[in-house]
Write a protein that binds this ligand. Structure first.
Ligand SMILES: [Zn+2]
Length: 130
């Protein structure tokens, strides 16, 4: 298909299918493909057409359903600070150190030294909680 702007029609079937597929979490290109299939005579459906129609119908944005790689948690949000945990997570005054990082390290100089006193190579995500 090399036509740039072919007329397409949003038939009632297509709109209904769009809504159902969208709610079912089907990916946009796949929705476009299926809409073409159900009513090929109404013209080709592009991914952009699906996105535009979805917006006009007021269907809510979807969050990607694909499972995300596990995030390392809040510690990565601000990578420029020492995130050594102070206190215990169950305590109300629990917080992270917040000190300036030792260059190339995940902790400030003090906590980096502290984690290295116990083990020669602490794994990320493992914190010594006192
Ligand atoms: Zn620290």
């Amino acid at each position: 298909m090399s036509q740039n702007q072919t007329a397409m029609t949003w038939t009632p079937e297509r709109i209904e299918a769009l809504i159902n597929l969208w709610k079912g979490g089907v990916l946009t290109p796949e929705i476009a493909r299926r809409l073409c299939e159900i009513t090929p005579e109404a013209g080709p459906v592009s991914k952009g057409a699906v996105i535009g129609k979805r917006a006009r119908l007021g269907l809510p944005e979807r969050v990607a359903t694909r499972p995300k790689a596990p995030q390392r948690n809040v510690l990565d949000l601000d990578g420029a600070r020492c995130m050594f945990p102070i206190g215990h997570p169950s305590e109300t005054d629990f917080h992270f150190c917040g000190d300036v990082l030792e260059e190339g390290k995940h902790y400030c100089a003090k906590h980096w030294a502290q984690t290295h006193e116990k083990r020669s190579s602490p794994k990320y995500g493992q914190y010594a909680i006192r």
